[in-house]
Design a protein around this ligand. Structure first.
Ligand code: SAM
Length: 169
């Protein structure tokens, strides 16, 4: 089940997110900031069985939601509807490793009318508050259980994205 509010992204979703005998997929044209609309949509209700654990993935999207839009409230509302044993996976641009470069990046987005909010590790931790954080916790994305054989030699500031996985108790 994929949710996005960009018409161009949804054009690709229409072409690619098609169900198969192996499983059903669906997409929904909706703003993440409208959790009631998402949760009550026929797309979600007929695609997901919310009596079973579900993985909610908020990958590279929360940094487009500024604090004044209450992303914490949105995430809590979505999780509220999921049963115990569900997981939240998220990634988020951070200014922890190179505050100057990421500050400039965010400003460039904002200058073009796109909300952008990098967050520190402590701020990201608030999204998983009350959940059971899976090891290794909230870390730079390339440090979240990398394949043992792969060493890209990446520095944290080159990635500047935090990743986390947490289980709803
Ligand atoms: C960097 S992409 C990540 C997409 C996907 N999560 C992935 O990992 O491939 C961020 C996406 O978030 C979408 N987005 C940004 N703000 C949104 C909002 N308020 N509601 C729904 N989608 C949003 C954008 O349209 C864009 O497709």
């Amino acid at each position: 089940m994929y949710v996005d509010n960009d018409p161009l992204v949804l054009a690709h979703a229409r072409a690619l997110l098609t169900s198969s005998p192996q499983g059903r997929t669906a997409y929904l044209d909706c703003d993440l900031l409208q959790p009631e609309q998402i949760l009550s949509s026929p797309e979600v209700r007929t695609t997901l069985d919310l009596s079973q654990p579900v993985a909610l993935t908020l990958i590279a999207v929360l940094h487009f939601v500024p604090d004044e839009a209450d992303p914490l409230g949105v995430v809590r509302r979505l999780l509220e509807e999921l049963p115990s044993g569900s997981y939240l996976a998220l990634s988020q641009v951070t200014n922890d490793f190179d505050a100057e470069a990421i500050g400039q990046l965010a400003e460039t987005y904002r200058d073009r009318g796109i909300a952008a909010q990098p967050r520190s590790r402590a701020e990201v931790a608030r999204f998983v508050d009350g959940l059971e954080l899976v090891e290794p916790g909230i870390v730079a994305a390339h440090r979240w259980r990398p394949d043992a054989a792969v060493d890209h030699g990446l520095l944290d500031e080159q990635v500047s994205v935090l990743a986390a996985l947490a289980r709803k108790p």
